[in-house]
Design a protein around this ligand. Structure first.
Ligand code: BGC
Length: 735
C-alpha cells in the first residue's frame, strides 16, 4: 500500500510537500514478513529439519540436489553453470524452499581458482607438511583458515580433506595427504575438517578409497584383502570421520576389488553408511560416476560435476521404479541434513575480503612447525650470525620463490594469472631475500645452479652453502622416481665437495633419495612450504625457531626397497588414460595388487627388515630429549605413563611417540603407532606424560566376523622419539 501525507515541517514553512511512504498494507497477505519455513526452527534435529524440507519437494527438485551444474572448463557446458560461484561445482539452490546453493571449491592447502575469479587465497604448507607437525591444534588452525577463506570467497563447501595413505610414495598426490599411518593421518585430517566445518562450510573427506596412485586412476582395479583394507586405508577414513564428522565423503575414481569406488556397495553402504553410521552424503569425484541404478543402490548420493547419470536418467529410473522413491529420498535427506549440519541454512555466506596479513602469519607459523630437520652435523645449524660471514644461496629459483603442489590442489599466487593445469607454480616467497633478511651483515650471494661448477665455486668462497632443491608433484601424474629431477643430485654433490658446510633445503611433496647424504652438513625437509615458506625456512636456519616436526612417512634408501619397486601402470603405459573413456563404458583395464597388505610404510620396512634413509616419526631438534620412567597400566584403555626431559640448551617441542607390538597370534607387522604427545619443554625441564590408548589401537580386523577384536596376550609398549628410536619398553598382559 502507498500512503501519502503532507510533511509537517513543510507545512510549517507554508509549503506543502507530499511525502509518500510505501508500506505493506496491513490487510493484505504480504503485510507480515513471510512465516519462516518450519525447518528453520533450530531446536529441531538436523534429521527432522531435513525431513520437513524433503516432504515439500517435487521429484524434479530432488533430482536437482543430486547432481552438479557443470564446472567452468569441464567437458561440456551446462545451461546453468554461469549461476555458480565459478568453483569446482555447485548444487543449485531452490529459492521456493529457501534451500541455499551449495558452492564447492577445491581447497587442499588453500582455496583454489582465486586468480581467475579476481580473489585471493593464502597458500598453507602442503598437507603432508601439516602432517609433519603431528599437531591436532595446528590441523584445526589450518582447517579454520581455509574455512574462513572459502566463506569470504563465496563458497560453503570444501573439497579438501585428502587422507589416502601413502602406500606408494611416488603417488603424485602424496603432498595432498597426511602420510602413511592411519592413526596420525586420520586424527589430523579429522581435526582439520572439524575446524573447517565450524566455519559453516560442508567438510569433505576424500578420495574414498584406495586411490593410492595416479597412474591409470580411472581404470585401475585395486585388489586388497578386507582385513588389510580395514586396518589401513579404511581406518584412516574411519578415524578422520570420527574426529571431524565431515558432512560429505568423496568417492574416488578407481575400482576396488572389482567395482568402481562410486558404485561399490561394500565400501559405500556396508562399511561407510552401515558399520560407521555415516549420516552425510557421498559425492563422486569429478566424472567418477559410472551408472545410475547401480550407483544409487550402492550408496552414491550425488554426482559431480554434471548430470550424466543423476539427471534425466535418474528421473526416468525413478519413474520406472528402478530406483525406489525411498532410496531417492535417502540420498536427498543426506544432502539436506549435511546442509543443516554445516549451518548452510542458518549462516548464509556473505562475500568479504580475505584477511591477507593474518593468513600469511598463520601460514608462516604452520610452516615453521612442519619443517623437519633431518641432518645436522656438528651443530652446523642453527647458523651462528657471529661466525658465519658469507652464505651462498643456490638453487634454480632460490632467488625468487618456492615450488608448490599442482593439480586441483593448486593455489594461485597473488598477482599472477591463473595457473594452467599442471604448471610448475613458484610461490613468490624468496629464499634469497629471507636468508638475507635473517642474517643482516652477512654477505649472501645467489647462484642458480644451472652450471654446477660455478655454483661450487661460489660455495667454496662462502662460509656456508644452502642448496634449495625441489621436486614438483601434481594430481594426474606420478613421479617417475624418488630422485630429485633436473640434475640436482649432481649439483648438490659438487657444491658439497666444494664446501662440506652445505645445507640442503628440500622443497618436496614426498620422500626423496639422497645419494649425497653423507657429504652434506645439514638437511631440512621444508615440503611445499606455502605463502611464507622462505621466512619459515630462514627462521629455522638461524634458530629463531627450534624445529620440532617429524616425518609422517618413511624416506627409503632406494626404490628397490618399496613394496612395489616399479610403479604399476595401465596396459598402454599411459598415465591417466582412462580419463578419455566414456564413464558408462569405463571398466578397469589393469589391477594393482596391494599384496603387502597390512605392511604400509614403516610396517613394511620393519617387517621386511629393510634399513631406511630416515624412518617414520624421525626429526631432529636444536635441543635433546631424554625418555624415562615408563609405566603402562593395563585396563580397557591402557594408560602409558612416562617422562620426557629437555636435556639441551634450548626450549623445544618434542613429539613423543608410543608404539605397540601386538601378541604373536595377531599376525601383525612388528609394531604400530598407538599414540603421541607433543610436549613443550624449556631447557632442563621434565614433564610426565599420560596417554590413554584407544582399544582400537590394540585390535585387529577379523574377516570372519566382519568386526574388530582384541586378542588376549602380551602387548609390548615402546616409547621414544621416532619409530626407530624407542628406548622405553614394557610388556603387559591383556585379557
Ligand atoms: C580431483 C578431486 C577434485 C575434483 C574437483 C578431481 O580431478 O580428483 O580431488 O576435488 O577434481 O576439482
Amino acid at each position: 500500500m502507498i500512503t501519502c501525507r503532507r510533511a509537517a515541517f513543510a507545512a510549517a514553512l507554508g509549503l506543502f510537500t507530499v511525502v509518500c511512504v510505501i508500506t505493506a498494507n496491513a490487510a493484505s497477505p504480504e503485510s507480515h514478513p513471510p512465516e519462516p519455513h518450519p525447518w528453520m526452527n533450530t531446536s529441531l534435529s538436523f534429521d527432522q529439519r531435513a525431513d520437513l524440507v524433503l516432504k515439500e519437494m517435487t521429484l524434479d527438485e530432488k533430482i536437482d540436489l543430486m547432481h552438479g551444474q557443470g564446472m567452468p572448463g569441464w567437458s561440456r557446458p551446462m545451461p546453468r553453470t554461469y549461476l555458480g560461484n565459478q568453483g569446482a561445482g555447485f548444487i543449485l539452490g531452490i529459492p521456493r524452499l529457501g534451500i541455499p546453493q551449495v558452492e564447492m571449491s577445491d581447497a587442499a592447502y588453500g582455496v583454489r581458482m582465486s586468480a581467475q575469479n579476481g580473489r585471493y587465497s593464502t597458500a598453507l604448507p602442503a598437507n603432508i607438511a601439516a602432517a609433519a607437525s603431528w599437531d591436532p591444534e595446528a590441523a584445526c588452525e589450518y582447517g579454520a583458515l581455509i574455512g574462513r577463506e572459502l566463506r569470504a570467497q563465496g563458497y560453503n563447501m570444501t573439497l579438501g580433506g585428502g587422507v589416502n595413505l601413502t602406500r606408494e610414495p611416488r603417488n603424485g598426490r602424496t603432498f595432498e595427504y597426511q602420510g602413511e599411518d592411519p592413526l596420525l593421518a586420520g586424527t589430523l585430517v579429522g581435526n582439520r575438517i572439524k575446524c573447517e566445518q565450524a566455519q559453516h562450510v560442508i567438510g569433505d573427506i576424500k578420495h574414498y578409497v584406495m586411490n593410492d596412485q595416479e597412474n591409470g586412476r580411472d581404470e585401475v582395479d585395486v585388489i586388497i584383502g578386507k582385513r588389510a583394507m580395514q586396518e589401513t586405508d579404511l581406518l584412516a577414513f574411519h578415524i578422520g570421520i570420527g574426529v571431524g564428522d565431515p558432512a560429505a565423503v568423496m568417492c574416488s575414481y578407481n575400482s576396488v576389488n572389482g567395482e568402481y569406488a562410486c558404485q561399490n556397495t561394500y565400501t559405500l553402504t556396508d562399511v561407510l553408511k552401515q558399520d560407521w553410521q555415516f549420516k552425510g552424503f557421498v559425492l563422486s569425484d569429478w566424472g567418477g560416476t559410472h551408472s545410475t541404478v547401480k550407483a544409487s543402490a550402492a550408496g552414491l548420493d550425488h554426482e559431480e560435476p554434471m548430470d550424466d547419470f543423476y539427471g534425466e536418467k535418474l528421473k526416468q529410473a525413478v519413474e520406472a521404479g528402478k530406483v525406489p522413491m525411498a532410496q531417492l529420498d535417502d540420498h536427498v535427506h543426506r544432502i539436506l541434513r549435511s546442509m543443516f549440519q554445516a549451518g548452510l541454512f542458518d549462516y548464509p555466506t556473505q562475500k568479504s575480503v580475505v584477511d591477507v596479513e593474518g593468513g600469511l602469519a598463520i601460514s608462516r607459523r604452520l610452516a615453521e612447525q612442519s619443517i623437519v630437520l633431518l641432518k645436522n652435523t656438528g651443530g652446523l645449524l642453527p647458523l651462528d650470525r657471529n661466525t658465519v660471514h658469507s652464505i651462498a644461496v643456490i638453487g634454480p629459483h632460490a632467488d625468487t620463490g618456492m615450488i608448490s603442489g599442482g593439480g586441483s590442489a593448486q593455489v594461485d599466487p597473488p598477482g599472477e594469472p591463473a595457473a594452467p593445469w599442471q604448471a610448475h607454480v613458484w610461490f613468490p616467497t624468496s629464499p634469497l631475500k629471507a636468508v638475507s633478511a635473517a642474517g643482516p651483515g652477512i654477505k649472501v650471494q645467489f647462484g642458480s645452479g644451472a652450471e654446477p661448477a660455478s655454483a661450487a665455486a661460489l660455495a667454496r668462497q662462502s662460509d656456508v652453502a644452502i642448496v634449495f632443491a625441489y621436486e614438483w608433484m601434481s594430481e594426474g601424474t606420478d613421479l617417475p622416481s624418488l630422485s630429485l629431477p633436473e640434475n640436482q643430485d649432481a649439483l648438490i654433490e659438487q657444491v658439497a665437495a666444494a664446501n662440506p658446510r652445505t645445507i640442503v633445503v628440500l622443497e618436496t611433496g614426498t620422500a626423496v633419495l639422497m645419494p649425497w647424504i653423507d657429504k652434506v652438513g645439514g638437511v631440512l625437509e621444508a615440503w611445499y612450504a606455502g605463502s611464507k615458506g622462505a621466512d619459515a625456512v630462514a627462521n629455522v636456519l638461524f634458530g629463531s625457531v627450534n624445529p620440532g616436526a617429524k616425518l609422517p612417512m618413511t624416506f627409503p634408501l632406494s626404490e628397490r626397497d618399496l613394496p612395489h619397486p616399479d610403479l604399476i601402470k595401465p596396459p598402454n603405459g599411459g598415465e591417466d588414460a582412462g580419463a578419455a573413456v566414456k564413464p558408462e563404458d569405463a571398466k578397469a583395464t589393469f589391477s594393482v595388487h596391494y599384496d603387502e597388505g597390512l605392511k604400509v610404510g614403516y610396517k613394511w620396512y620393519d617387517a621386511e627388515n629393510k634399513p631406511v634413509l630416515f624412518p617414520f616419526g624421525y626429526g631432529l631438534s636444536y635441543t635433546t630429549y631424554q625418555y624415562s620412567d615408563l609405566k603402562v597400566v593395563a585396563g580397557k584403555e591402557p594408560t602409558v605413563n612416562f617422562t620426557v626431559k629437555n636435556t639441551g640448551g634450548r626450549a623445544g617441542a618434542e613429539i613423543a611417540e608410543v608404539y605397540v607390538a601386538l601378541p604373536a597370534a595377531a599376525d601383525e607387522p612388528p609394531k604400530r603407532l598407538a599414540g603421541w604427545s607433543k610436549v613443550q619443554l624449556n631447557p632442563g625441564e621434565s614433564k610426565q606424560i599420560r596417554l590413554q590408548i584407544n582399544p582400537r589401537e590394540l585390535s585387529i580386523y577379523d574377516d570372519s566376523s566382519n568386526g574388530w577384536k582384541q586378542l588376549p596376550g602380551a602387548y609390548t609398549f615402546m616409547v621414544g622419539g621416532s619409530s626407530k628410536d624407542l628406548p622405553l619398553h614394557q610388556e603387559i598382559n591383556l585379557p
